[in-house]
Ligand binder design. Structure first.
Ligand code: SF4
Length: 688
């Protein structure tokens, strides 16, 4: 499978897909990607995506030269002309309308160093309009956890999760979406007798492995979680000693819980009240209980409130600050944690310090050798807010390694918005669905062509190493970004890094949780944040004696249910979206792997047999799915796994483009869209 034109020199790197962070490398004997015994996949195990990762590197559709739009067509050009065009068009926009007329989409799939340089470009230009696609997956989880506990990340390590006596998995499906975590960290505990409770509208493979499955009605997590809390409180199953010492607001919360009608809440959430009570007891009775959470909880208009309701359970039962406990979001991309840690966010500087924090701005300005007043103070636009402003206040955008034309909600609107820009620059491996709208397309580097670091889901910073040079005239992303930063800001010295190690050294100076890390020290192992100056090892379990914000107590929070945005009519079904094991994110990478595409088969809408029968739909039919935003045509899989009144599809495909159906109303705190609840009508496609 190796490209015969390129010399390959195998070196340990990191899988480019999900946030588990498995070690992979090129393997000379098989000519393919293989796992190596990394810090996470300690037995060199990988899932089908990791095993197929070389397909992306060696794909014949790889971009090997820059493209610019001329006469409506993307045509090949030189790097010099492409750089000139980006410099000229972005400089004109900034001169005419100011730096906030630009928006930069960073990448959870690029390294810490690339994201750090990218946000540096934005901030040196004078805008905080930089965001990454953590906005679309776990921004609500991060917001709630940061506010309550002082850190928006897994409270525990994968290693210690196995000590739990119970797992409460809410809105996550690790069997399919984080397979190595399930197989190597959760399954051994389950085999030893750990109880598995799963809250998910669908009977996913993870739910099938569960002792208890609560098939919650999409959008009704808060009634369910509140009723679990009320059961724990009313039956005296809370941890009084922990609440006395480490929790605030207990009396007010208990008064609230006393008013929760468990029967009514269970009915609203679509689950049996006895099942709900049993699940609450199983969680509270466990000596150590670990919560694992995912996008099923976070991707709602009330995603932040959902996570607040979940945090209440952990605090009430004393399941924070101990091995085998905590609240543990599973991150979806290999550097979604790190992209946010190093400041690729519109409201946070490196180290999760608010852009409004004067001393933090002054510290960053000192590192960059500029006056603090030159750094923008007002929070910038989040990803979806930015697309709403395309063609109006935002006239130019730079999309690094993301594919918003497929991943953003209300895709028809996004496609129109991309065309409203005066200048769209896309840096990627292929002409993605977003690049089709671009004015300049810059060929990027794949996982096996880049060096640098990524931060996995349990806060381990891992090193990637090049196995091969980028193909043709393609260049390493970091080199491209430094050239663009130098040209746009007129400050070549600010981007004169010798290598990724030099960027890493700088970012550790302005990212306090990374302060004591070193590039060489990581080696083929990992360093886990928080890793303060002088530390010998990272911290596996957060919040042990104080919370990460320095507080001794965390607050219980009264959370009220919020109805989903879409009203559901009599003939409507509720669409939820999610993932399958074979594909990653927009599918821009994995859809180009023949073996993964074969394994996954075509996209099919899951529909319950009763709902199918009521609409005259049979297995294998093609249907039209319509929402207020648009419609798609797709084949169906008739299955009881999805539950009555619900349908399910993945968001990995461009045809059908399922995000045509989803809405772009946002959570008021985290600005995450409501991907998990869209009212749709489904009917047989009579033209098929
Ligand atoms: Fe590991 Fe995730 Fe890559 Fe699979 S996709 S090999 S679980 S990092």
């Amino acid at each position: 499978m190796a490209d015969s034109d390129r010399d390959v020199d195998p070196a340990p790197s990191v899988c480019p897909f999900c946030g588990v962070g498995c070690g992979i490398r090129y393997d000379q004997s098989s000519g393919d990607a293989r796992g190596w015994k990394g810090p996470v996949n300690t037995r060199a195990e990988v899932c089908p995506k990791g095993a197929a990762a070389w397909d992306v590197v060696d794909h014949p559709d790889r971009l090997t030269t820059p493209l610019v739009r001329e006469g409506g067509e993307l045509v090949e050009t030189t790097w010099e002309e492409a750089f000139d065009r980006v410099e000229r068009e972005f400089t004109e926009i900034v001169s005419a309308d100011g730096p906030d007329a630009l928006s930069l989409f960073a990448s959870s799939n690029c390294t810490n160093e690339e994201n750090y340089v990218f946000q540096k470009i934005a901030r040196l230009l004078g805008t905080n309009n930089v965001d990454n696609c953590a906005r679309l997956c776990h921004s609500s989880t991060v917001a709630a956890m940061h506010e309550r506990l002082g850190a928006g990340a897994m409270t525990n390590s994968l290693d210690d999760l196995g000590e739990a006596d119970a797992f409460l998995v809410v809105g996550a499906n690790p069997v399919e979406n984080h397979p190595v975590i399930f197989r190597s960290y959760l399954l051994p505990a389950l085999r030893e007798g750990t109880t598995l409770i799963v809250v998910d509208p669908r009977e996913t493979p993870t739910a099938r492995a569960a002792d208890r499955h609560l098939a919650v009605r999409p959008g009704y997590d808060i009634p369910l979680l509140n009723a679990m809390a009320a059961t724990i409180v009313s039956e005296g199953r809370d941890d009084g000693e922990f609440c006395d010492e480490r929790v605030a607001g207990v009396d007010a919360f208990e008064a609230f819980a006393g008013g929760v009608d468990v029967e009514e809440s269970a009915a609203l959430a679509g689950v049996g009240s006895q099942d709900l009570r049993d699940a609450a007891r199983a969680y509270a009775e466990a000596d150590r209980a670990a919560i694992v959470t995912g996008m099923g909880l976070s991707q709602h208009r009330c995603g932040t409130a959902n996570v607040h309701a979940l945090l209440n359970l952990a605090l009430l039962t004393g399941n924070v600050g101990r091995r085998g406990s905590g609240v543990n979001p599973l991150r979806g991309q290999n550097n979604v944690q790190g992209a946010s840690d190093v400041g690729a966010l519109p409201d946070m500087l490196p180290g999760s310090r608010p852009v409004t924090d004067g001393p933090a701005r002054a510290e960053l300005a000192g590192e960059w050798g500029i006056d603090a007043a030159e750094l923008p103070e007002a929070p910038g636009l989040t990803e979806v807010e930015a697309t709403h402003a395309f063609g109006e206040s935002v006239r130019g955008a730079f999309v690094l390694g993301e594919n918003p034309a497929v991943t953003e909600p209300n895709a028809n609107r996004v496609a129109d918005a991309l065309d409203e820009l005066d200048c769209l620059v896309v840096q990627d491996l292929f002409v993605t669905e977003t690049a089709e709208h671009a004015d300049v397309v810059l060929p990027g580097s794949a996982w096996a062509e880049r060096g640098g670091t990524v931060t996995n889901t349990d806060r381990q910073v891992l090193r990637m190493r090049p196995n091969v040079a980028p193909p043709g005239d393609a260049r390493r992303d970091l080199d491209v970004l430094c050239e663009i930063g130098s040209r746009l800001t007129g400050s070549p010295d600010a981007f004169a890094y010798d290598d990724p190690a030099a960027v890493f050294e700088e970012l550790t100076r302005v990212t306090p949780p990374y302060a004591g890390m070193s590039y060489d020290g990581i080696g083929t192992g990992s360093q886990r944040w928080p890793f303060p100056e002088g530390a010998e090892g990272g911290t596996a379990v957060l919040h042990e004696s104080t919370y990460a914000n320095g507080e001794r107590r965390a607050q219980l929070r009264v959370v009220e249910h919020v109805d989903p945005v879409d009203a559901v009519g009599d003939d409507d079904l509720v669409l939820t979206t999610g993932r399958v094991v074979e594909h990653f994110n927009s599918g821009a990478l994995t859809r180009r792997s023949d073996r993964l595409t074969r394994m996954a088969g075509p996209q099919r809408l899951q529909i319950h047999p009763d709902d199918a029968e009521a609409r005259g739909i049979a297995e294998g039919d093609r249907v039209i799915v319509e929402s207020e935003r648009g419609s798609v045509r797709v084949g169906v899989e008739v299955t009881p796994a999805v539950g009555r009144g619900r349908v399910f599809a993945t968001f990995h495909t461009a045809e059908p483009l399922v995000n045509t159906l989803t809405g772009d109303a946002l959570d008021p705190v985290a600005k995450i869209p409501e991907y998990k609840h869209s009212a749709v009508r489904v009917r047989v496609d009579s033209d098929f």
